[in-house]
Design a protein. Structure first.
Lengths: 500, 333
């Protein structure tokens, strides 16, 4: 095999409380596509960020063409010939295609003025090279996501990038657009560039990749030519560990069916979502990012309109047209981004906690401060919120306490069903354990819990039952005791068909 | 004490500055402290008190209402025309007509903003011009003079009850209503929530569009009420009344600590902000400062207030160190 273009050897990276990467090595060869595989949180993005100069490794080194390189900024990585195309394109919507391609290194003529003619003609040439029929003068905002990817590839070529990293490039593309993209990947290969391809979709990985590197919990657990593995083997490599012991599952008596959802559909995001939920039950909702789990639950909560479907709560069919309908019916939804979507930093703790259920505190014409204070004290103490007093502004609290306030707000609505969207995302291990224990308590109190989580150990540790969504539909259901990590991940990634 | 710690008592500080300022002006011009002058000052500022409170409600939702002064002039003109052509109409109905017209104009703003999603600054800039233009159209390009308005119509704002004029009493009642509404009602709380974090408010079941309609409706109704008071007190209605007054109103809010970013503002703070501007505008002539300088000084005061607000809105440092938590502030180096 030819000389490697880039090697990553023994790279480790830690963040406070989290070990993101440990002793990871990786070799990229010219003219080969390497698939980077792993669960959410396995360390794939950290590798990308080290390669593109956003993070610096704590240990280990990056070698390019045999020489060790230290990137102190993304600019250095560009200069070294590494370009990344991100899931969600980071570009300038109001500028032209040509300006986007040459942002940061525009051709200049006399008097250091931008040479527009030169820039346009070079942009047109680059776009032609990848067969992209996009006029260079077009404003970027008028392009589709697929076309924006092409512009990014042209941008990478404008830097003469030798290494092109594609982070889930197909997530928002249609089947035809994916074919086009793969044709360009083949062309990049033919030109002798190295491509790093990150995707959760196994069919794509097996179609396009030459080699693979599998990460799990920040460590490399396997690599080699893709022809040497089968999808089930790869799933086992990704999941790997015994997960059932991680979380102590509380035994809670499971009661009657409280919520029945039938055929919940939306025109573009999810279809035919049906399930039942019982009192005291924790239902895991697993899937890849972008599988439509959050969207379906937002439909149930009235945030986005549903086009079809029936929701039956405690035997009665309810119509949910807005979040206030859902709250009144007894459904709560704790959003994934609790700080941005839940906390009102300019208001006090009391005002935040009572906000979703103010009606309960109305006495006559007015709000009763005493009633609001009682509720705040009760929930504040139960969740151990640390604050100088219950009137303190939320903006003055620590992030963890802000999250607790948001959860308290949803408990204050006295829900029968609570949807928790990625409740442990971005929090450290100690707080995670507290959240898990708390979820167990909620179920023990007789609440029905829907747990959206992309972390398999969390779902398998807490849930009584797991439903798996893929591309907007429920594809499988598993019961505690009769499930396997491979089965769940296989259903979510679409690898189970090959496995069967 | 750090500047930030002082900010917590922003309203007290503003009150302190006012007292010191008034005492200083009084030492220089004792006439300024005479009851007659103070009563005049309050009467003169009563419209600003109410208009600033209404503007605050709009700004709380992350909006702005530039059409308030045009609304005031148009509503005032309609009340004046009713007084001119239907002098038999009971006074209370004439005032109600002003309020109703103002309310409708405000709801028009609110509707365009909430349901068509046009930015508030654009909508109200447009309606500002439309409302001003409508005054000329309905009055046939004329003005309504004191001699053409009814006597009772003009006498009411000059009435003195328990030592204060009726506009001052109305401002007091309106202030109390705003205080109760914003602090002890569900829609009042929802206004703060919508401005503080629109996404979070939506998840809590709060309808942002309804809140915007409410805010601009309130702004319009108060403009209508003030339209009557203004026209009746000064005895003239024409298209240029209160020209540019919307900027004074917004300035009063900013000085009073209302955050242009939405979600932050109190009734006492805004009242103090309005009083501050009222004093500056009445004291400067008393001190024989030229009108040209008066504008520059008012501008400097507004800028100063904005700088202080910006400092106050900086995110406080996180207290992670145990010693910092104990002290409640930075650990001395």
């Amino acid at each position: 095999m030819s000389e490697p273009i880039l090697t990553l050897s023994g790279v480790s990276k830690s963040f406070p409380g989290v070990r993101a990467l440990h002793n990871v090595s990786l070799t990229l060869h010219p003219g080969r596509v390497t698939a980077l595989i792993g669960e959410n949180g396995a360390g794939k993005s950290t590798v990308v960020k080290i390669l593109t100069g956003i993070y610096r490794p704590d240990e280990g080194e990056v070698r390019i063409g045999g020489a060790a390189r230290h990137f102190s900024s993304p600019r250095d990585a560009w200069a070294a010939g590494i370009a990344a195309i991100h899931q969600e394109t980071v570009m300038f919507d109001e500028l032209s295609v040509a300006e986007n391609i040459f942002m940061g290194h525009m051709p200049v003529g006399g008097a250091r003025m931008v040479d527009w003619a030169e820039m346009r003609s070079r942009a047109t040439e680059l776009l032609k090279r990848i067969d992209a029929p996009i006029p260079a003068a077009y404003p970027l905002r008028r392009l589709s996501v697929a076309q924006k990817h092409l512009v990014e590839i042209a941008r990478a070529l404008s830097h003469e990038a030798q290494v092109v990293i594609m982070d889930e490039p197909t997530a928002a593309l249609s089947a035809n657009e994916i074919d086009d993209l793969f044709r360009i990947v083949a062309q990049l290969k033919a030109e002798g560039r190295a491509v790093v391809f990150i995707s959760h979709k196994f069919d794509e990985v097996f179609r396009i990749a030459d080699d693979f590197v599998c990460l799990r919990d920040g460590e490399k657990v396997g690599d080699g030519p893709i022809s040497g593995v089968t999808p089930p083997q790869l799933v086992r490599m990704m999941v790997g560990r015994p997960v059932d012991q991680v979380f102590p599952k509380r035994d809670v008596p499971i009661g009657d069916v409280i919520l029945k959802v039938e055929g919940l559909s939306n025109a573009t995001e999810y279809a035919d979502v049906s399930f039942e939920l019982r009192k005291g039950e924790i239902l895991g909702l697993y899937g890849l990012i972008g599988a439509g789990r959050t969207e379906a639950m937002q439909g149930l909560f009235g945030i986005t309109p549903i086009t079809r479907g029936k929701v039956v709560l405690e035997g009665r069919e309810i119509a949910i047209a807005s979040p206030s309908d859902a709250i009144a019916a007894g459904i709560s939804y704790v959003p994934e981004d609790r700080q941005d979507q839940g906390a009102i930093l300019s208001l006090g703790i009391r005002e935040n906690i009572t906000l979703a259920n103010l009606l309960r505190h109305v006495r006559g014409l007015f709000l009763s401060r005493a009633s609001e204070r009682d509720e705040t004290r009760r929930l504040g103490n139960r969740l151990a919120i640390k604050a100088a007093n219950w009137e303190q502004r939320l903006g003055e609290l620590s992030g963890g306490n802000q999250q607790k306030v948001v959860i308290a707000k949803w408990l204050a609505t006295h829900p029968k069903v609570i949807v928790l969207d990625e409740p442990t995302k971005g929090i450290d291990i100690g707080s995670k354990a507290a959240v898990h224990e708390f979820i167990g308590e909620l179920a023990a109190d007789g609440l029905a819990v829907i747990l959206i989580s992309s972390e398999l150990p969390e779902v398998m540790g807490l849930a009584d039952r797991v439903i798996v969504m893929k591309e907007g539909r429920i594809v499988d259901e598993f019961r505690r005791g009769a499930w396997s990590a491979e089965g769940i991940v296989g259903a979510a990634t679409g690898a189970h068909r090959e496995a069967a | 004490m750090t500047l930030r710690a002082l900010m917590k008592f922003r309203e007290l500080i503003l009150a302190g500055i006012l007292i010191v300022g008034v005492a200083a002006i009084g030492a220089y011009q004792p006439v300024f402290l005479e009851w007659e002058n103070i009563s005049d000052l309050l009467t003169e500022t009563s419209v600003l008190f109410m208009m600033a409170l209404a503007q605050m409600v709009v700004i709380l939702t992350r909006g702005i209402d530039l059409s308030v002064a045009a609304n005031l002039a148009l509503s005032g003109m309609i009340a004046a025309l009713i007084s001119q052509y239907y002098p038999e109409t009971p006074l209370v109905l004439m005032i109600a007509a002003g309020v109703l017209v103002g309310l409708l104009l405000g709801l028009l703003n609110g509707g365009l903003i909430a349901f068509l999603g046009i930015p508030p600054i654009v909508v109200t800039l447009g309606t500002l011009a439309i409302y001003r233009g409508m005054i000329i159209i309905i009055a046939g390009g004329d003005q309504v003079n004191a001699s053409e308005m009814g006597e009772e119509f003009q006498a009411f704002p000059k009435l003195v009850v328990f030592g204060l004029t009726t506009p001052v009493w109305i401002a007091i009642v309106v202030s109390v209503l705003f205080y109760v509404f914003l602090n002890y009602s569900r829609p009042g709380r929802a206004l703060y929530a919508v401005g503080g974090n629109p996404v979070a408010a939506r998840y809590c079941g709060i309808d942002q569009r309804r809140q915007e309609l409410l805010a601009y409706g309130i702004s319009g109704a108060v403009s209508g009420l003030c339209g009557y008071l203004w026209v009746a007190r000064y005895g003239v209605a024409y298209s240029e009344i209160a020209n540019g007054y919307e900027l004074t109103v917004i300035a009063a809010c900013v000085i009073g600590g209302v955050s242009i970013g939405g979600g932050v503002g109190t009734v006492p703070g805004t009242l103090l902000g309005a009083l501050f501007l009222g004093i500056v505008m009445t004291a400067l002539p008393v001190m024989q400062i030229s009108p040209f300088w008066q504008m520059a000084i008012s501008g400097a005061v507004i800028l100063g207030a904005v700088v202080i607000n910006a400092r106050a809105e900086q995110r406080p440092d996180k207290l992670i160190l145990p010693e910092a938590r104990r002290l409640g502030r930075k650990v001395p180096a």
